[in-house]
Design a protein around this ligand. Structure first.
Ligand SMILES: O=C(O)CCC(=O)C(=O)O
Ligand SMILES: [Fe+2]
Length: 199
């Protein structure tokens, strides 16, 4: 049987372990998850403090987990809600594919091209030494930029499409930062789900 995972792409970037599966979810399932998550998630917009200045985060977020472990980044501490049926369905598929068990999912909602996620690494200590991050994209495609911390010549961008999976693991977070930049183009909404392990 032909599997949609056949077109899994290993990124050829030194000091990283990143794999992109453009059609991880088929279009109908991706459409369904986008609609349900958009409408049924209690989206929040926290204030972040960077270099002593406080302003609203340029996107909406929500945190889910199968334990009560909070997740903290950029001076924000989020407390999780229990997983919904749809998130558990996606999580099951990811766990079969990635052969790990995720505890936590951070949702990001980018309402327009002005919403963004600045340069960062997912290297908070609660994620452990070599975090595995499984990132599902739904809705409008947005560019995901990667840059090496010490080799300015090494950078890459991927247009994360509806229903895709980006899997980052190994030493990736030690050597790279990533971002979703603002864009002046008219873009529709996008929802991103990053499944993580917080024990
Ligand atoms: O929206 C994305 O694709 C990236 C999200 C991300 O980097 C994060 O939540 O840590
Ligand atoms: Fe991230």
């Amino acid at each position: 049987m032909q599997s949609l995972f056949d077109d899994s792409i290993e990124l050829d970037l030194p000091d990283s372990d990143i794999c992109y599966i453009p059609r991880f979810l088929d279009r109908l399932r991706a459409n369904h998850f986008f609609d349900v998550l958009k409408n049924n998630t209690p989206w929040q917009q926290d204030n972040i403090t960077v270099f002593g200045k406080t302003y609203p985060q340029p996107r909406l977020t929500a945190l889910y987990a199968n334990n009560d472990k909070p997740y903290s980044y950029s001076n924000i501490t989020m407390h999780p809600m229990p997983f919904t049926k749809e998130l558990l369905e996606i999580k099951d598929g990811l766990e079969t594919f990635a052969k790990v068990e995720f505890t936590t999912c951070l949702l990001n909602r980018y309402r327009t091209g002005s919403d963004s996620n600045g340069w960062h690494a997912d290297n908070e200590k609660e994620l452990g030494e070599n975090p595995i991050i499984a990132s599902i994209s739904l809705g409008a495609a947005r560019f995901f930029h990667l840059k090496h911390n010490t080799r300015p010549d090494i950078k890459h961008k991927i247009n994360l499409q509806h229903g895709s999976l980006l899997l980052m693991k190994g030493k990736t977070q030690h050597y790279y930062k990533h971002q979703i930049a603002k864009t002046a183009k008219a873009v529709e909404e996008r929802i991103n789900l990053t499944f993580r392990i917080i024990k």
